[in-house]
Design a protein around this ligand. Structure first.
Ligand code: GAR
Length: 218
């Protein structure tokens, strides 16, 4: 059976792209990455696409006069490859409402916080400043309002004494690499679907484990 085609949009390091590439390499994964697009010509993440022989394109926003023109170029490139779902993976450009509407229900993003807390930028720094004791990441569908679409899945990590932006980011990133492939699989397999403002699972999902911070001292 033909696999569902995924397009991944990046702007930088591409570690989430790498985790998706590794996940889809499993024979039973129902999707393949058919295109990687970077908004930055020098994005390090493009090397992961090259190493895995995945077609790649750079669509540099500086070559376009308007956001709409840039998004139209993205859209055309994705359609050329018959892409079914688009995963934003550290893609640091705001997308126009038209693009988001055209790809509604087909456009996923990963964000390094437990949404709806800490939308936007400089998330880990703001978490540390706020004193929260549990951090995490979220995979969600993209809607025109930034970081506000239906949540597909989340993973939590403790904030530890002495954490810096770097140590906390690294702890969250490790979870991101586990969460994104799982969420993508759920969506592609039709086991999770948008129901109004939320995502409902239509498969038995059992989750165990409790995260309490601070942990018990005994
Ligand atoms: C990741 O932490 C991702 O959650 C974040 O950018 C990083 C990209 O890393 N995305 C956002 O903040 C989007 N609002 P990567 O390039 O190594 O995947």
């Amino acid at each position: 059976m033909a696999k569902t085609k995924i397009g991944v949009l990046i702007s930088g390091r591409g570690s989430n792209l790498k985790s998706l590439i590794d996940a889809v390499a499993a024979e039973d994964f129902p999707a393949e990455i058919a295109l990687v697009i970077s908004s930055q010509p020098k994005a390090a993440g493009l090397q992961h696409a090259a190493a895995a022989n995945i077609p790649q394109a750079t669509i540099d926003h500086r070559d376009f006069q308007t956001r709409e023109d840039f998004d139209a170029a993205l859209d055309a490139a994705l359609h050329m490859k018959d892409i079914d779902y688009v995963c934003l993976a550290g893609f640091m450009r705001m997308l126009s409402d038209k693009f988001v509407d055209d790809w509604r229900g087909k456009l996923l993003n990963i964000h390094p916080s437990l949404l709806p807390a800490f939308r936007g930028l400089h998330v880990q720094e703001r978490m540390l400043d706020s004193g929260v004791k549990i951090a995490g990441c979220t995979v969600h569908f993209v809607t025109p309002e930034m970081d506000a679409g239906p949540i597909i899945g989340q993973a939590a990590a403790p904030v530890l004494p002495g954490d810096t932006v770097e140590t906390l980011s690294a702890r969250i990133l490790e979870l991101e690499h586990k969460l994104y492939p799982r969420c993508l699989r759920l969506i592609v397999e039709g086991k999770a679907r948008i129901s109004g403002a939320v995502v409902a699972y239509n498969t038995g999902i059992t989750t165990s484990g409790t995260l309490i911070n601070p942990p018990a001292s005994d």
